[in-house]
Design a protein around this ligand. Structure first.
Ligand code: SF4
Length: 448
């Protein structure tokens, strides 16, 4: 379908200017859709007729591909921009660990248990590993398939099946029918056979090639079969070339509209050096990895990667925020002091855990600051004495504690006077600028 102009798209929208999409008018939203900087799904009232009419014109230039079935699937792709600040990145790089069939059943059980139990908690979000990449390494098909059976019974998240032998991939795909695995990988020589297999069993398929021409030729064959759950694997051992390839593919799909490049990527990393593996995986997270498999499970590098991924895949236009509330830290009572901070998630979780580290129980007052950090909220007029005072009243702070000490962040010492005016009877104490200094502050000033 030829690209529609903003005015053509506007005629298909409800025309109510309801602002639910975050923009003031349907026309503004239509212009963003035309520029591929928005998705039609952001308008909750879009009619079936609009969805049908916009069709491919409204689809993201990088197709979304979901691996796995059930509660914990991994969706990659769906991207619409080259740079996060242009709008946002949509589906985080799916990170997985390689496991192969040369280990014993007991070792497999232990390894999968370890991977399943791994979790990172950060700014209120629990992050887990997305997938296991199970590789055919033993050379004995029966051994691989029996171990795959065991893996599938132990692991309910996404599975990548990696084998060079199409016959093994065929048997594995049949075993995992209904689980939507990712089969890795088809080459130009096997694309016809594996394309049919993936379509028949409902699997996703990674397409591997050593050069762009072969990659495009293989993808074209799949598209001719009307199969599109594709991941691209342009192979090279050279890290610079690999980054360049990722960028060329993303630019080709987004800026030049090359449909055959409009799929997420697949990369199985194995440099032979743990640090290089982690660096390469980090680069994939930044530019523009779809599914990335690490050769070993190293919780230290994995937690860094997951934290970085969380930062990069947070919508820069929608700050992550917590509900405005009066939060108990520990088991506060009527004598406990009250700290105040903003509702930007990162700020809230850092401040609350630092108060927790002091060993005292306290109340943490968190007014609505539109998810901004302390200084930003203050500069925007969202974190001042009047707002803190009004929120304290609204939430009934004075009834929850008899302690009348309120600790404000050191960065906004200037609001201490206005806060005391807004909260008669309260003593406002200026806390430290950095949350990391709360422990000594509590010892020396609050007197705990
Ligand atoms: S949500 Fe839909 S109807 Fe509402 S302003 Fe946006 S485009 Fe228009």
């Amino acid at each position: 379908m030829a690209a529609l102009t903003g005015l053509q798209i506007q005629k298909l929208l409800p025309g109510t200017n309801c602002k639910k999409c975050g923009l003031n008018t349907c026309l503004a939203f239509a212009m963003k859709l035309a520029a591929k900087k928005a998705e039609l799904s952001e308008c909750p009232d879009a009619s079936d007729e609009a969805i049908h009419a916009l069709g491919a014109a409204a689809a993201p230039p990088i197709r979304s591909v979901t691996i796995g079935a059930g509660a914990e699937t991994a969706t990659v792709g769906g991207e619409t921009v080259l740079f996060r600040h242009e709008r946002t990145f949509v589906n985080p790089t799916a990170l997985g660990i390689a496991v192969d069939d040369t280990i014993t059943a007991a070792e497999l059980e232990q390894r999968v248990g370890e991977l399943a139990a791994y979790r990172l908690e950060r700014v209120g979000e629990e992050i887990r590993l997305d997938l296991i990449c199970f590789a055919f390494k033993s050379g004995v098909a029966e051994q691989f398939l029996s171990a795959l059976d065991k893996l599938a019974s132990l692991w309910d998240r996404a599975i990548v099946v990696k084998a060079d032998d199409p016959a093994v991939l065929r048997d594995a795909a049949k075993k995992l029918e209904g689980r939507k695995p990712l089969l890795a990988s088809a080459t130009l020589a096997t694309i016809d056979e594996l394309g049919d297999l993936a379509k028949e069993t409902g699997a996703a398929l990674a397409v591997a090639a050593d050069d762009m021409d072969d990659l495009v030729a293989a993808v074209t064959q799949l598209e001719e079969k009307d199969f599109r759950d594709i991941l691209l694997e342009l192979r090279t051992d050279d890290l610079c070339e690999h980054i360049q390839n990722n960028i060329i593919i993303r630019r080709g799909a987004l800026r030049s509209g090359i449909k055959t490049l409009g799929y997420p990527s697949f990369k199985s990393i194995n440099t032979g050096n743990a640090l290089d593996d982690a660096i390469e995986a980090g680069i994939e997270v930044v530019k523009y990895g779809g599914v990335v498999v690490l050769p070993e499970f190293d919780p230290a590098s994995l937690s860094s990667l997951l934290a970085m991924r969380q930062n990069i895949y947070t919508d820069p236009q929608k700050p992550v925020q917590v509900e405005p509330n009066l939060y108990p830290i520990g088991e506060p009572n009527a004598e406990s002091p009250v700290f105040v901070t903003t509702n930007f998630s990162l700020t809230y979780f850092i401040v609350s855990s630092e108060i927790e580290n002091t060993g005292i129980s306290a109340w943490l007052l968190v007014p609505e600051c539109e998810g901004m950090s302390v200084l930003t909220a203050w500069a925007a007029g969202k974190f001042g004495g009047d707002r803190i005072g009004a929120f304290a009243k609204e939430i009934g702070l004075a009834e929850r504690t008899e302690n009348r000490t309120l600790v404000i962040p050191g960065y906004v010492a200037q609001i201490s006077g206005e806060t005391e005016e807004a909260m008669p009877g309260w003593q406002v104490v200026v806390g430290p600028q950095e949350a990391g200094d709360l422990e000594s502050f509590v010892k020396n000033v609050v007197g705990a």
